[in-house]
Write a protein that binds this ligand. Structure first.
Ligand SMILES: [Zn+2]
Length: 286
């Protein structure tokens, strides 16, 4: 099988997985890969990524001019072209709308907290590129700000973008972004998100080097200057600190005056008092 045939098959497979996992609906999302130094192979516009065949793909040059293919290239092609322009090391780009990560993108909450060691050693932080009208020049402009330092980012009120050394590497980063978003959501619903201390974070960064994990940029030690290429990650200085407070239903809020028998003593509440107490607890959860 030629390299081009293999890449066409890889794109079909990644599209199938994205659709099967619910990362795209209908004709959403797009995938591209470098085909040699001067050309790109990418998904066409207006097809469901779950049901593509290898012959559907388009070949364009690095300016997005179509060279081969019956169909026109993806409507988000400009964003892909910008990534390849800014990152010579990137071989493939994946864009999708995975629901939990996109929920964070809609809420305007970046996935940039030091929470999971695996995410910190691979993607690092996942920022949010500002909102831009899809398929216009605004989108590549928004992506440009973060792509030099990040392999994955959220797109405000839109979706997520990941890049990699091949099409599967880019796709697996999309899986990591969505998985991380789900875990972050559960932790926040539980009301507690213990962060990894900065000291440990820097230790994890050293592991990247030890295991040869390629990161596009180091973690910023302080607030970065505007031209500094590094990843901003929220991690508390020193051990045991948290940036995120405990659940609003902190034990203190619901504590009752101790009865005469101390903590083991019996208390009696009327039905009305108990209802009021439960109501108060439910309100403080909202
Ligand atoms: Zn999109």
């Amino acid at each position: 099988m030629s390299l081009e045939s293999a890449l066409r098959a890889d794109i079909v497979e990644v599209g199938r997985r994205m659709y099967a996992r619910g990362y795209t609906a209908s004709n959403d999302g797009n995938i591209s890969v470098r085909l040699g130094a001067e050309r790109l192979l990418m998904t066409p516009k207006s097809v469901c990524k779950g049901f593509m065949s290898p012959d559907m793909m388009c070949i364009t040059d690095l300016l997005g001019r179509k060279l081969e293919g019956d169909r026109d290239p993806s409507s988000e092609m400009l964003m892909h072209l910008e990534v390849y322009r800014q990152r010579p090391d990137v071989q493939a780009v994946v864009h999708a709308h995975p629901p939990t990560a996109t929920g964070f993108a809609v809420a305007g909450i970046p996935l940039d907290r030091a929470v999971l060691a695996e995410v910190l050693t691979t993607l690092g932080s996942i920022p949010i590129a500002e909102y831009a009208t899809p398929s216009t020049q605004e989108l590549p402009d928004a992506v440009r700000k973060y792509i030099k330092a990040h392999d994955g980012m959220l797109l405000a009120n839109h979706g997520a973008l990941t890049v990699g050394s091949d099409v599967f590497a880019a796709y697996y980063k999309m899986e990591t972004v969505e998985h991380f978003a789900k875990i972050s959501l559960v932790a926040r619903m539980l009301g507690r998100e213990n962060l990894i201390a900065r000291e440990e974070l820097l230790r994890l960064q050293e592991l990247r080097d030890t295991y040869g994990i390629k990161a596009p940029a180091p973690i910023c030690s302080t607030e970065p200057a505007s031209d500094e290429v590094c990843q901003v990650i929220q991690a508390p200085e020193g051990g045991g600190q948290r940036l995120v407070p405990d659940s609003p239903v902190a034990p203190g809020r619901l504590r009752l005056p101790l009865p005469s028998g101390g903590e083991d003593g019996e208390i009696r509440l009327t039905y009305r008092e108990l209802s009021a107490l439960i109501e108060d607890a439910v309100k403080s959860l909202k």
